[in-house]
Structure formats: C-alpha cells, structure tokens
Design a protein around this ligand. Structure first.
Ligand code: HEM
Ligand code: HEM
Ligand SMILES: [Fe+2]
Length: 464
C-alpha cells in the first residue's frame, strides 16, 4: 500500500468519527423543535446546529481528501509528492477541529469585536470556525493542491480525470477565500457568502465527486476509462454551465437587483440536467457490465449516490427554485428537507462508497458476502428518506399556513409552528433520525469488524 493510502485511511477514520458527532448534534438539534425550552441558556439550539453543520462540512472535506489521497498514486503510478507535509497537515487539521469544537461547546459567545472573530466564531453559517482555523483550512487545502499538482508533474502523466481534478482545485480554494472579508452591509455580506456556499456544493464539490465517482466506477466495475471520462466532461460542462449563474436562486430576497429573479430562476432550473446525466451514466455502466462488480457495497452506494444526487439536489432543489414558489418556501423546513437530501445523496453516499473500496483493499474480505452492509445501507437510506419526508411535510405546512394564508407575519409564523402538520413532521424527523443513527452504528460495525466475520478472498484483489 502507498504511503498516501495510509494517510487516506487516517482521513477516513477521522471523517467517520466526525460523521458520528454530526449525527449526535443533529438529534440534539431536532429535540429543540419539540422541547423548545431545553438547555435554555446552557447550550442553545443555534450552537447545537453550528456543531451539526460545521462537522458536516469538515467530515465531507476529510472524506474527499481521503478519496483523492487514495486514488492519486493508483492513477499516476507513483507515490504522492510531499507526503511528510500532507501527514503533518492531517494532525494539524485534527487538532484545529478539536479546539474549535471545544470553543463552540464551552465558550460559545464573545462580544462583537475582532477578538471574537479571530478566536471564537466568524459568524457565517457553515463556516462559523474562527478566523485562525479558517486560515488553517486554507493552508491544509493549499498543501493538498500542492500534493496533487506536484505528483502530476513528477509522474509526467496526466489523465482526463486528473485534469478535471486539478482545474477544480483552483475555484475550490478561491471561493473559500471569500469567506474572509467582514462586510458590515448585510446584503453585500450575504451576496459573497453565497458564492462560497452555493459554488462549493453546486459546482466545485459536484465536480470533485464526479471525479471520485469516475475513479470508483473504473475500480469496482471495470468501466473503461474512455467511457467514464467522456461522461465526466459532459457532466462537468453542464454542472458549470447551469451552476454558476444558478447562484441567482439565493439572490431573490436579500436585497440584490431584481434581474436575479429571472437569471436565478432560469439557470438553476437547468441544474438538474447534469445530475440526470449522472443517473443515466450509472445505469448505462451497470447495464453494460450486467451489474457485475468486485465490490457490491461500493457499487450499491455509488448507485445510491447517482439517484440521491438527482432526486435530493435536482428534484428537491428544482421544486423551490423558481421565485414564484421560493417566495413561499424560502427558509422553511422545506429548504431543510432539500438540504438534507442533497448533502446526503450527493456526498455522503459517495464517500461511503470509497470507504468500502478502501475496506476491500486493506482487509481483503469477500465483498459479495456478509449481511451487515445491507442493513447499514437499508437503515441509512430509509432513515434519510423518512427524515426528508417529515421535513417536507413540516415545510409545506409552514409555506401554506404561515406564508400563503397567514401572510408571512410573525404571528402567522408562530401559529404555523404550532400547526399539527408541522408538529407531526418534526416528530417524524426525530424518529427517522434515530433510524438513521442506527444505520450509522451498523455501518461502523461493518467497517470495523468485517475482516473477522466475512471470508477472505485475496484472489479478488489487485496488487497495490
Ligand atoms: C449537491 C447539491 C446541492 C446541495 C448539497 C444543496 C444544499 C442546499 C442547502 C444546505 C440549502 C440551504 C442553505 C441555507 O439556507 O442554509 C440549499 C438551498 C437551496 N437550494 Fe440547494 N443544494 C444542492 C443543489 C441544488 C440544486 C441543483 C437546486 C436547484 C435545482 C437547488 C436549489 C436550492 C434553492 C432554491 C435553495 C434556497 C432555498 C430557500 O430559499 O430557502 N439546490 N441547498
Ligand atoms: C440523525 C440524523 C439527523 C438529524 C436528526 C438532523 C437534524 C437537523 C436539524 C434539527 C437541523 C436544523 C434545521 C433548522 O435550522 O431548522 C439540521 C440542519 C442541517 N443538517 Fe441535519 N440532521 C441529521 C443528519 C444530517 C445529515 C446526514 C446531513 C447531511 C448529509 C445533514 C445536513 C444538514 C444541513 C445541511 C443542515 C442545514 C439545513 C438548513 O439550514 O437549511 N443532517 N439537521
Ligand atoms: Fe444553490
């Protein structure tokens, strides 16, 4: 095994652990909706939610880093350049995450001054980490970019997938930098903040997961490089073609000029197209290989990724992306329904697939045997779909009673939050949240114990 693949295993371990922390804070956050006075002034809802969504971003990033460090030497045929720096960064990354988490849990607030921004909380949703840690993430990502690019140069070899990956790293880092300027005008601040959030999840991460999926498909199905690369180019072209101006769907109500209603509505309505392309691609590959695979769990999870990405991001996003509908659905649990489905479908499923790829190579177990992975797969998917449906119900009740009938007043918001449909949606989310958490436990159990439970067939393995 290459040294960078060992690093990748460390990133996977950290990612899976943070995935667990994320779920714990997700369940806690869900409880406040049913018991609003819970932990009042001790640990309020918004801190719990910050822990939930920040660990989400970090563990997915770690999963991506792990996947690239895993495939890079395989793709280029040599060890990754600058490994000692990459290893050092891993530890710095972990320590920084731990410190920030402790600050969020125990310090929580500061006064509205520079000190708080540098050391307590930067105050922007999803990227709340204080500025010193944000700079740390930039350094980690810069070293990662250096590892990838230097290895390509040293290997004197570029594949189509590597070109897409390298070119994606530039905007990936660049949009993160715009989380830095502190602007006092809230419209301007949100305007730039959306560049980061939207361009990450609907452009740069989407391209990154496209590259990872291309590599996994070649790995577990033996799909030919020509086919995966052709699809990758088409998908990337469509993702960027629709996704960049699709940014406008966040500019409807934040004080930006009115032309964004048309631009945002039109381009973001095209965003499901590349995601549909990915589904067609997955079905095409599965068909040409008659569903034959060397790694069934990974194959199932990539298929779930293709469908989850299309439905969760594409369909659930499309539902409320036209300004005429967004006027009613904006900022309700409807949005949260889409947020969960999209992040899960597009990224979580993909990363679980690469975990199983790594498991096959490190433990050599027969990936066609064993039942635990099926339980994990079933519970996680069932739990997520249940949560998404509960949230959709609650969100539609808010849109209907609070906005359409109630006229968006504070009173209407409050009474919509007491509406029976809304409340039952919140209970459903909690229940299915526990189902999801059970799925996580089974997943971890399977990843850790499979070598002991499942027969080992080294013959299936390729040489490392
Ligand atoms: C993997 C891809 C995607 C992910 C991870 C994702 C995730 C999210 C999240 C988390 C939010 C909530 C943001 C917040 O207010 O904190 C959001 C909002 C939104 N997303 Fe997506 N999304 C994706 C793709 C899409 C696509 C393809 C569309 C349209 C076709 C879309 C349409 C929207 C719209 C319109 C909103 C604003 C909702 C509102 O006004 O409250 N998203 N998305
Ligand atoms: C046990 C499972 C989970 C529970 C109970 C849970 C619960 C919650 C709650 C209560 C919120 C706050 C929503 C609000 O502000 O009204 C939230 C937000 C969020 N969660 Fe989860 N979550 C879970 C799993 C996940 C997973 C697996 C993902 C990603 C794949 C995820 C991604 C998000 C995102 C992106 C937001 C912000 C959404 C927004 O503000 O629009 N959660 N979650
Ligand atoms: Fe967006």
């Amino acid at each position: 095994m290459y040294r960078s693949q060992k690093l990748s295993l460390r990133y996977y371990t950290a990612a899976v652990a943070l995935f667990g922390v994320m779920i714990v804070f997700g369940l806690l956050s869900a409880l406040y909706y049913l018991y609003p006075a819970m932990l009042y002034n001790v640990f309020d809802f918004h801190m719990s939610k910050i822990m939930h969504i920040d660990t989400l971003v970090i563990w997915l990033l770690m999963g991506f880093l792990g996947a690239v460090y895993w495939y890079l030497p395989k793709e280029l045929g040599i060890e990754v350049e600058g490994m000692w720096l990459a290893e050092l960064m891993f530890w710095i990354f972990c320590v920084a995450v731990a410190i920030v988490a402790l600050v969020f849990v125990f310090v929580q607030y500061g006064s509205a001054n520079e000190f708080s921004m540098w050391f307590i909380n930067q105050g922007r949703k999803y990227v709340e980490a204080p500025r010193w840690a944000a700079i740390g993430i930039v350094v980690v990502m810069a070293v990662f970019a250096y590892n990838v690019i230097a290895t390509c140069i040293k290997a004197r070899k570029m594949t189509g997938i590597m070109w897409v990956l390298v070119l994606d790293l530039i905007p990936l880092l660049a949009v993160y930098l715009d989380a830095f300027p502190a602007v006092t005008n809230m419209s301007v601040d949100l305007y730039w903040w959306w560049w980061l959030v939207h361009m990450w999840v609907e452009s740069t991460w989407e391209v990154l997961i496209g590259c990872v999926m291309a590599l996994v498909l070649m790995d577990v199905m033996g799909t030919s490089r020509r086919i995966v690369e052709t699809w990758l180019y088409i998908e990337v072209m469509l993702v960027l073609g629709a996704g960049i101006l699709g940014l406008g769907h966040h500019y409807f109500w934040i004080g930006t000029p009115q032309y964004w209603l048309g631009i945002g509505g039109f381009f973001s309505a095209l965003e499901p197209l590349p995601l549909l392309g990915m589904v067609v691609h997955a079905i095409y590959d599965a068909g040409t290989h008659r569903m034959k695979t060397t790694n069934q769990p990974a194959f199932f999870w990539i298929t779930a990724e293709a469908f989850g990405n299309f439905i969760g991001a594409g369909i659930w996003g499309f539902m409320m992306t036209l300004p005429q509908i967004n006027l009613f659905s904006h900022g309700t649990q409807w949005t949260v329904s889409h947020g969960h489905f999209a992040f899960y479908g597009a990224y979580v499923c993909g990363i679980i697939a690469v975990l199983y790829v790594a498991k096959q190579q490190t433990s050599g177990v027969d990936m066609l045997a064993g039942r635990a992975w099926k339980w994990g797969f079933g519970l996680l998917n069932f739990g997520m779909v249940g949560m998404v449906m509960g949230l959709l119900l609650a969100g539609m009740a808010q849109a209907f009673y609070g906005r359409a009938i109630g006229g968006s007043t504070l009173m209407a918001f409050t009474s919509a939050s007491e509406n029976a449909w809304f409340v039952s949606g919140m209970w459903a989310r909690l229940f299915f949240g526990f189902v999801f958490a059970a799925g996580y436990v089974v997943l971890v159990y399977d990843l850790l114990t499979a070598p002991k439970r499942v027969p080992v067939t080294r013959a299936r393995l390729e040489p490392a």
